[in-house]
Design a protein around this ligand. Sequence first.
Ligand SMILES: NC(=O)C1=CN([C@@H]2O[C@H](COP(=O)(O)OP(=O)(O)OC[C@H]3O[C@@H](n4cnc5c(N)ncnc54)[C@H](OP(=O)(O)O)[C@@H]3O)[C@@H](O)[C@H]2O)[C@@H](O)CC1
Ligand SMILES: Nc1ncnc2c1ncn2[C@@H]1O[C@H](COP(=O)(O)OP(=O)(O)O)[C@@H](O)[C@H]1O
Ligand SMILES: [K+]
Length: 496
Amino acid sequence: MPTSSRSTNLYTVEQVRRIDQAAIREGGLPGTELMQRAATAAFAALRRIWPQARTLTVIAGSGNNGGDAFLLARLAREAQWQVQLVALGERSGGDAAAARDAWIREGGRITVADMQTRLPDADVLVDGLFGTGIARAPEGVAAHLIEAMNAFRGGRLALDVPSGLDADNGTAPGPVLRADATVSFVGWKRGLFTADGVDCCGQLELDLLGIPDPVCAGIGPDCELLEAGFANVLPPRIRNVNKGRFGHVLIIGGDIGMPGSVRLAGEAALRVGAGLVSIATRAQHIGAVVGDRPELMAMAADGPQSTEAMLARASVLAVGPGLGQGAWGHALWDKALRAGLPLVLDADGLNLLARQPLPLPATTVLTPHPGEAARLLGCDTAAIQADRFAAARALASRYACVVVLKGAGSLVAAADGRIALCPFGNPGMASAGMGDVLTGVVAGLLAQGLGAWDAACLGTLVHARAGDRAAGPRPRGMIASDLFEALRDVVNGSPS
Ligand SMILES: NC(=O)C1=CN([C@@H]2O[C@H](COP(=O)(O)OP(=O)(O)OC[C@H]3O[C@@H](n4cnc5c(N)ncnc54)[C@H](OP(=O)(O)O)[C@@H]3O)[C@@H](O)[C@H]2O)[C@@H](O)CC1
Ligand SMILES: Nc1ncnc2c1ncn2[C@@H]1O[C@H](COP(=O)(O)OP(=O)(O)O)[C@@H](O)[C@H]1O
Ligand SMILES: [K+]
C-alpha cells in the first residue's frame, strides 16, 4: 500500500552512503559541495526554528558530521552571529579537514574538548559530533560531550543524526543526544523513527541536498513510512449495501478473568466497519461482553460442536486476546488455525504458536509486541529491540505471513522482505488492552476485503492515529476504549 516518494523512503546507513557516493561519482556533486549544502540547509532550519537566536555553540566531531558543523559555524559567523566551537580531537578527516581549515583560516577559534570542558552558553547548540559514522558506544570525552549537550540550556539542533544514536536500528548503546530538532540529509535513516530514535530526534526535517532522483535509482529504500493519507485506502461505501458485504469477524479468546480483551477487540472491529462481530468465549463472560455493547454477539465456546458452528459462520478470525495457554485455549486455537480463514493472531495465540508451530492460513497477520516476537524467534526481547527491522523480517519469513511488530515505531513486514514503518502513536498507548484494539482493527479491515498487507498497514496506521487523536495533549491515563470514537473518525478520513 505505501507509495514511493523520497520523503517517505527510509534507508539503511549503507544505502545512504551509496547514494552519497553515487551523487559524487555520477551526479557531479563533490563531497565538499554536499557538505556545504548540508550546512546551508541546517542553518536555514535553525533560523526558522529559533528566529530570535543570535549566539551559537557548535560541537564538531572529527568526521564529516563535524565537517557539516564547521561549515555551519562559518555561515553563522558570516551572518554576524556569535559562534563558539568545541571540537573532539585535534584533527578532522576527509572533506571535514578542508571545512576545519577554512574555519581556522578565517580566524575561527577551536576549543579542543577534554573531560573538564564546559559548553559555552548560547541560544542554540549545534550537534555535529557523530552522524552516520558512529562506530561504537561513545566513551570518555565523547560521552562527556553528549552529556554536556544534554545539560545545555538552549535549543539543541542535531545534524543528520542525534549523536550517539545508531541510525540503522534506533538503538543507543551509550549516551545519546536528546535533540529539539534534527535536520537529516540525503535520505531518512530508518533508525530515526523507531525504538530510542523516536525520543532523540525532536522535530524532524529532511533535506535531499539537491541530489536528483535518478542518482538514487536502484538504491533501496529499505522501508517506507506509512502516511496519514493512506487512511483513504478503503473505498467509499456505495449506498445500496447491507452488513453481509462487510464480513463477519469471530474473536476467539477471553479465558476466565479476561473478558475485557475480547470485548475490546470486538468493538474495535465494529468501529472500523466490520459488518458483524461475534465473540467466542467462556460461558460466564457472555453477559460482560454484550452487557454494555449489545451490537456484539457472544457465544460460549464450550465444546467442539459449538466452535465448529461459530467457525462456519465467520469470514475472518481474530485469535488470542485473553485466550490463555491452557487446554481450553489450546483446543480453540488449534481448531481456528485449521479452519483456513483469514486470521489475525495475537497475544496467547502467538505464545501457543511459539510452542507449537502449525501451518498458518494464506491470509494471516501476526501482531506481536517485542516480548511475543522474542518467544516466536527463540531469543530475548533485547535482541528483538536491537534490530527491530531484522526481527520483523525474520518473523514474516519464518511464518510466511504479514507481521506487525508493535511498539514505538511499529513495523509491518511481509514475507518478501517489504517493510512499512508507522511514525504515529504515543506513549499513552502503553496501556492494557491497546493491543487487543489493534487486533480487532486489523480483523475488521480484513473483513471488509483488504488483503493481509493492506489490512496490517492500514490497521496499524488507523490505530496509531486514533491513539494520537484520543490522547491529544493528555496521553497519560488514556485507556484502550478511549480509542473507539477516534477509530471511527480516522477510518472515515475525518480531519483532526
Ligand atoms: N560526503 C558525504 O558523504 C556527506 C556526508 N555528510 C555528513 O557526514 C556524516 C557521516 O560522516 P562520517 O562517515 O565521516 O562519520 P561521522 O558521523 O562524522 O563519524 C565518524 C567519526 O567519528 C569517529 N567515531 C565514531 N564513533 C566514535 C565513538 N564512539 N567515539 C569516538 N569517535 C567515534 C570516527 O573515528 P574512528 O572510528 O575512525 O576512530 C570518525 O572520526 C553524515 O552523518 C553527514 O552528517 C553530509 O555532509 C552530506 C554529504
Ligand atoms: N510508546 C508507544 N508509542 C507508540 N505506540 C505504542 C507505544 N506503546 C504502545 N504502543 C502501541 O499500543 C499497542 C500495545 O499493544 P500490546 O503491547 O499488545 O498491549 P496489550 O497487550 O496491553 O493489549 C501496540 O499497538 C503498540 O504499538
Ligand atoms: K550529529
